[in-house]
Design a protein around this ligand. Sequence first.
Ligand SMILES: Nc1ncnc2c1ncn2[C@@H]1O[C@H](COP(=O)(O)OP(=O)(O)OP(=O)(O)O)[C@@H](O)[C@H]1O
Length: 576
Amino acid sequence: MNELKNRLSAQRRSMISLLLFSVLLGFLAILQAYFLVSAVDLVFLKEAVFSDILMVLIGLFIVLLARTAVSYWNGRTGIRMASKVKADLRRELLNRFSTSPVQSSVSGQSGRKVSVMLDAVDEVDSYFSEYIPQVFQASIIPVFVLIAVFTQHVNSGLIMLITAPFIPVFMIVIGIQTKKKSEEQLEKMAAFSGQFLDKLQGLTTLKLFGKAKRQKDEIEKGSIGFREATMEILKIAFMNSFALEVITMLSIGLVALELAIQLIIYESIAFFTAFFVLLLVPEFYNSLKDLGNAFHNGKSSMGAAAKIQEELDQYGENGGWESLQFNGDGAPAIQLDDISFSYGEERFALRNINAFLPPGSQAAIAGKSGSGKTTLLHLIAGLVTPDEGHVQADGNPLSAYQEKEWFNRLSYITQHPYIFSGTIRENIAIGANGNPSEEHIKMAAKQAGLSKMIEELEHGYDTPVGEAGRGLSGGEKQRLALARAFLKKPSVILFDEPTTGLDLYTEQILQASIDELAEHATIITVAHRLHTIRNADIILFLEDGKVAASGNHDKLMETSPAYKAMVTAQQGGQQS
Ligand SMILES: Nc1ncnc2c1ncn2[C@@H]1O[C@H](COP(=O)(O)OP(=O)(O)OP(=O)(O)O)[C@@H](O)[C@H]1O
């Protein structure tokens, strides 16, 4: 709720407009009733001719026009407020997702994020476009009407005063219920969206394992859950409208009955007064009733706002980065200072990792599958934060640097580089820190051994790739990632070596490219090939999340039986 109030107070001008429009609407409602009653009174009781009531009719026409225009501007102001807030929220969510890129991709489902970005933000709309304008109207118009009625007929005013509180009381009871239900519904929708997108992305795998039908059933179950949650809210909405309608009708009926008794039985009231009050009474209750309906939507928006805030809070303001800058462009020394990290209680953990990698050195992280190599690489990349200890670059913890400073000098070539929907040119250009020239892009592709393959394509560098275009093989994707690295000229390169056997040509290109990049950078490779492991200046040999041994190949062959066994196994059982 506070989130929405804060955003509301940032829109002062719109609030002042809404206030003025509500005052005008209240005034015009009374004027409209006055002109209408005057016309009827003149024609039926005073038997006036058309020319006598012409001015009254013109007045009525002008008031009707003015009321329509003011209502239009009132609605427009609300919609403008809503669209501004929605745009701001989406911008903030996008900023948060992108300033904490890996944390956001490691934790949580993409489908869930899409659902919050689109649906939850849309849900906030009605708070600004309906609820707030209605709050202004409901706090001003009934007061104007009540004053007008009291000046004409005190008894009617008293009945209105006594019956009116039923509407807000009822509203509050319903509102609390709605907010809870709407939060539940959004939670179900977010879970459903996440599940749906995950399954769509993994459809090929599911088909290969013959599980598509079962997953389809699960999606159906999720969708029914969401539908039921939506129906619950609609049920409350309909109940709400029905109950408000009944309260309003009964209250109007009560005033009308009292007026009729006074007019016909006691003859203590003039027709003009009775009719004037009778016309004003629905204006009074309708604005309260409309507030009741808008309140229901407003509460749904509050539920959505809480969900958005939760998503925003999940990622810190700047991901914990500070403002230090590097001295010069050279390769930094990397130190792993007693790092520990765990994925959670009872889950895999890295413990007390220590190492020093001098500037320009080549390090290899080796070990069995599941020993924690990729996790360590993520920590060194700054994609996840250690629970204890620090990854240091040039003697300072990574978090002391500006996030941009660090990532601008880092290239992380994973086993499955992400290829965006776009042309090959655009995909390579992502690597550059600025806007690279055509010449630089082609040079980078050449260095990564991609240019021949690209030039053979019909549309060359303009060939669409990624989801909306042509597919790339695993080796081509890695070479594309290398081309990005050549454009970037990083001083730290993290490389997750492919576990699957690449063809000899690709392997040679990867090796030559890495050697070339290594001339100006510190390189840390999750190494699977014996060649890479052997050539490394320092090898961190991991076992169950701990550094079981470290040093160069010769040293480890002598000191670590486990390392020796791994090397022997890789050589097909022959001792080296
Ligand atoms: N997000 C995660 N949450 C919980 N556990 C995880 C997560 N990611 C990885 N793990 C677990 O952490 C352990 C180490 O994983 P990691 O990917 O670092 O191993 P690895 O040595 O790189 O393996 P491989 O050589 O097979 O790629 C594994 O047991 C894995 O199941």
